[in-house]
Write a protein that binds this ligand. Structure first.
Ligand code: ADP
Ligand code: MG
Length: 285
């Protein structure tokens, strides 16, 4: 390997807002077979819009549901949380409620206490089995439970990034297999995969499901790259041969766990990155 060629490539990439921490990861990238993509914030714009607020309990109005939910989500950095808080601030003017004992439930949601009430917000995993069958899965839903009772939900729609189809086509042309792995439900994940032109997808993934799957691919002699933005993508960014994070929407932990950071937060930079890594490796051999 000539260090000069690698340094030149790293310099070229940094001018485009692609920060490569170490030359070794650039060499690894040239040999990658599979690229695992996170959904929210990576393949989608990551700014989902609230499309509906639902109350499931006569005691709570829609206004109260969104007030409680926004108060809880105000402590989370997840794109869904940010959208809910933003929606609340644009539509309501009451101050947010005080939340204590806040905790993140990885790949699932958040919980905390408002006064003496236990609140949990998140995907279907927070619901007990009785609700599960009644609810429709087409959009991303954030459910809200108070003292283990479902009291409401908010529906959000997220949009595929403008360049996603192009990026996926380019990667496939380089024989890189894209695989979507999402913590979201089956229908939402399948819809986004179909729109992006991705044939392989996995849904309802916990952070360890993502990293276990990467391990499995590696045991089958695959070199794997992973791109993600969230706190919960950190284990898989570390496990992958090459971890790629998003510079400003990405959580600090995901940036730290990665080898390469896309400053402009945009997957449109991936084809150039992959191409340049291969070109560089050829000049090396
Ligand atoms: P993805 O980025 O693929 O959606 P994540 O691992 O970031 O996956 O999250 C998995 C799922 O957990 C989300 O799709 C969402 O349903 C739920 N979730 C995570 N954080 C929150 C949160 N703060 N509020 C509500 N739901 C959340
Ligand atoms: Mg994410």
């Amino acid at each position: 390997a000539t260090p000069t060629a690698i340094m030149a490539a790293i310099g070229n990439l940094s001018k485009k807002g692609i920060l490569v921490k170490d030359g070794e990861s650039l060499e690894e990238l040239a040999k990658v077979n599979d690229l695992i993509l996170d959904k929210t914030g990576t393949l989608t714009c990551g700014e989902p819009e609230v499309s509906e607020i639902i109350s499931c309990n006569d005691k709570y109005s829609k206004k109260e549901i969104i007030h409680i939910l926004a108060s809880l989500e105000n402590k989370s950095e997840h794109p869904l949380a940010k959208s809910i808080v933003k929606y609340y601030k644009n539509h309501e003017n009451k101050t947010l409620k005080e939340v204590n004992d806040f905790e993140i439930i990885p790949g699932t949601g958040v919980k905390g206490k408002i006064r003496n009430d236990e609140l949990i917000a998140g995907n279907r995993k927070i619901l007990n089995k009785t609700y599960e069958t009644e609810l429709d899965d087409e959009t991303t839903a954030v459910y809200l439970c108070k003292n283990n009772q479902l009291i409401g939900a908010v529906l959000l729609s997220d949009f595929l990034r403008k360049n996603a189809v192009d990026v996926i086509l380019n990667l496939k042309a380089m024989n890189v297999t894209p695989i979507l792995m999402s913590g979201d439900n089956k229908n939402t994940t399948r819809n986004i995969a179909a729109k992006a032109g991705i044939d392989n997808y996995k849904y309802d993934c916990l952070p360890e499901d993502k990293s276990n799957y990467i391990k499995e691919l590696q045991l089958n002699d695959k070199k794997v790259a992973m791109i993600g933005d969230g706190l919960n993508d950190a284990p898989s960014l570390k496990k992958a041969n090459v971890g790629i994070s998003m510079g400003s929407i990405g959580s600090d932990i995901s940036i730290e766990a990665s080898n390469i950071t896309l400053i402009h937060d945009n997957i449109r930079d991936l084809p150039h990155l992959f191409k340049l890594s291969r070109k560089t490796l050829k000049t090396i051999n």
